[in-house]
Write a protein that binds this ligand. Structure first.
Ligand code: WT7
Length: 652
């Protein structure tokens, strides 16, 4: 079989497919959802439980970057994810927790989930948390993290989860940016057999911050930690003091639900803000249709809750649907490359959703790891976070899915709240490497440098350009917390009346979308989104560095890796060796951002290619980093073209 650019018929699926039984039906419903989004989303909104019905489906539009969905409505996310299932599913397992080690696990029924969530909600209230207050969660993947998220939503507090791999400095920035009054953490985390000293990182982050009055500490391990009197409270002790019921606040549709920080091409991370009704509906709707969720299915999304994938497809989508969702504390390689498959066999998981970087890392270890386990329960497979290369795609399809499961290559972003472009299982013909076609209500377009939409050429040869979105959708982030202007500027000023994604894209003759990667200064390393500006400013903050520039280069496992060019300062030049210097700089990035942002290559240089106006020409740096010296393009705009020669000689 020629695997290049082939089309794969979707394996057939069983069960109710939400009234879409053929590709023709998808197309018809898609066209309807675009022509009449108001009616489409009005119908979908019935999937949520409303305390008070909404009055207007959609207010305003992209032109003002001010969008409101389901205005006038009242509902509660925790009520939708828990209480409304209690009559029919009170005793069904809601969350299965699989520990880092292969022995420990726990499960919670919907009824038990309610009790845990309410106890934490009450504990937050006792600590003085009120509707609209920000609560920062810096936690390992333990059930208490899920409970605390839902507890916040229950009382209308806004959670901001910070991935537990971020450094104390990054955590501090995020706490300050949203002015959180409460932090929830754990004494330690446990991941890949290693302990993470979370509480001491929180202590460090909070030095000199007076706005945080309470720190709840979950007890993950037996490790003793210092508890600051008057500020720190053991979570389990606080919960034991509280009642197991707590009313749900009646939240307005557009009330803030959570803040999640992500990197942009410039400046500090952006706190994207999502809202109650639209986000939840979109997470629920995409979860059910894209993974063909059927009642009773066990859903396994391996993402960490510190990222949007965890928010939408470990917690909110599945629980709003009344599904059983697996929370996985470990890594794909711990204790060995069979870990995912062991989990799938153990719980008979039906849906499995992960990132290409994880697939590549496991595939590299050989097929024997996957062959050892019974994966016959699987029905749907998903991939997210970066373009999936056809090799990894086929590996997932053949080795894991035994050619019987559709592979959903799902394209979306922290900003979009839920999946935007993806095949539908059993419906959409797949092309390995393509995210295929848009979800209902989503109208992508491809624009050129001038913001002109590129229409398909007459002979339909396919087009490439920048990926934009034409219309609002319920799951979109409404603002950047505390900085609406930056929101407008980041997404809505490049191209009038369009949302700019930051991704390059090719649309083929069949209308399939192929995401080609970021076109801005964002680098996607192992599915972690990093801004070049953040890494450069960390490097440049070290006194040994005069100037730094980083670029992303292709990496077999991580998708992209970071290549750093360093101009040392006088002190830096005096260092003994380049190795010593890069060692110190690695430590600097670890401290400022986190280990996952550490560059994998350092090149010490005496100059950087710049335009006459002083802008670093990353395009050239990228080419030199990967050894494409003959193809540097136009370098006549450089202020000093001899720099290029030096760089090439250093690399050769
Ligand atoms: C960026 C968003 C969405 C959850 C995880 C990442 C890239 C994401 C795909 C895909 C090609 C993808 C894009 C996007 N991306 N999914 N299926 N194919 N690229 O969320 O951290 O906000 O990053 O990830 O470049 O813009 P995020």
């Amino acid at each position: 079989m020629n695997k290049n650019n082939s089309t794969i018929k979707p394996p057939s699926i069983s069960g109710d497919t939400f009234q879409i039984n053929s590709f023709e039906e998808y197309k018809k419903l898609y066209e309807y959802s675009i022509k009449d989004p108001i009616s489409y989303w009005a119908e979908q909104s019935k999937k949520l439980h409303w305390f008070h019905p909404w009055e207007q489906v959609l207010d305003n539009s992209f032109s003002e970057a001010d969008v409101a969905w389901f205005s006038g409505g009242r509902l509660n996310v925790s009520n939708n994810c828990i209480d409304r299932h209690l009559n029919s599913k009170g005793d069904q397992v809601a969350i299965i927790w699989e520990a880092d080690n292969t022995k420990d696990s726990k499960s919670y029924t919907y009824r038990e989930l309610k009790h845990e969530v309410c106890r934490i909600a009450n504990a937050l209230k006792t600590a003085g948390v009120r509707k609209g207050d920000r609560v920062c969660l810096y936690m390992p993947m333990i059930p208490e993290l899920a409970f605390t998220m839902l507890a916040c939503t229950r009382i209308g507090a806004i959670h901001s989860i910070v991935f537990a791999g971020f450094s104390a400095d990054s955590l501090r920035d995020r706490i300050l940016d949203c002015n959180a009054s409460v932090v929830v953490t754990a004494n330690e985390g446990q991941r890949g057999g290693k302990a993470l000293a979370l509480k001491s990182i929180v202590d460090k982050a909070l030095q000199g911050i007076s706005s945080v009055h309470t720190v709840f500490v979950a007890k993950r391990t037996e490790k003793e930690v210092t508890m600051k009197a008057g500020r720190d409270i053991w979570l389990h002790e606080a919960m034991a003091r509280e009642r197991r019921s707590c009313p749900s606040e009646w939240m307005a549709s557009e009330d803030p639900l959570f803040i999640l920080y992500t990197s942009g091409s410039t400046g500090k991370p952006k706190g994207l803000m999502h809202t109650h009704a639209g986000y939840l509906l979109y997470a629920l709707q995409t979860f059910e249709q894209i993974f063909n969720y059927q009642p009773g299915d066990i859903h396994f999304c391996a993402a960490d809750l510190g990222w949007i994938t965890g928010h939408s497809y470990v917690i909110y989508g599945p629980l709003a649907s009344g599904a059983t969702t697996i929370m996985f504390e470990s890594t794909p390689l711990y204790p060995d490359a069979g870990r995912y498959w062991q989990v799938i066999e153990k719980y008979k998981a039906n849906i499995f959703y992960t990132a290409p970087t994880a697939i590549r890392a496991i595939a590299k270890e050989g097929n024997e790891w996957v062959e050892k386990y019974d994966l016959s329960s699987l029905k749907s497979l998903g991939s997210v976070g970066e373009p999936i290369n056809p090799e990894a795609w086929y590996w997932l399809y053949e080795q894991v899915g035994k050619s019987k499961c559709s592979v959903m290559d799902t394209w979306w972003q922290t900003e979009t709240g839920g999946i935007m472009i993806s095949p539908l299982p059993g419906i959409t013909e797949m092309k390995p490497g393509s995210a295929t076609l848009p979800f209902f209500g989503i109208e992508p377009c491809i624009v050129d440098e001038n913001g002109q939409e590129i229409k398909d050429t007459q002979n339909n040869n396919g087009i490439s350009g920048y990926l934009c979105l034409k219309n609002p959708w319920p799951g979109m982030a409404r603002t950047i917390y505390g900085d609406h202007e930056r929101y407008v500027e980041s997404y809505f000023t490049q191209y009038p009346n369009l949302y700019f994604t930051g991704d390059g894209c090719y649309r083929d003759a069949d209308g399939y979308y192929w995401i080609t990667g970021r076109v801005d200064d964002v680098i996607n390393v192992s599915g972690h989104r990093l801004g070049t500006a953040e890494i450069e400013s960390s490097l440049a903050s070290n006194p040994l560095v005069a100037e730094a520039a980083v670029v992303g280069i292709p990496d077999e496992i991580k998708g992209m890796s970071i290549f750093a060019y360093i101009i040392p300062s006088k002190e830096g030049v005096a260092m003994k060796s380049e190795e010593e210097l890069s060692g110190i700089l690695k430590q600097q990035v670890r401290q400022d951002i986190g280990s996952f942002a550490i560059p994998s290559n350092f090149q010490i240089v005496s100059g950087l290619p710049k335009t006459r106006s002083g802008k670093i020409m990353r395009r050239i740096l990228k080419k030199i980093a990967v050894g494409e010296y003959d193809d540097l393009g136009n370098i006549t705009t450089l202020a000093d073209s001899s720099v290029v020669e030096e760089l090439i000689n250093l690399r050769k």
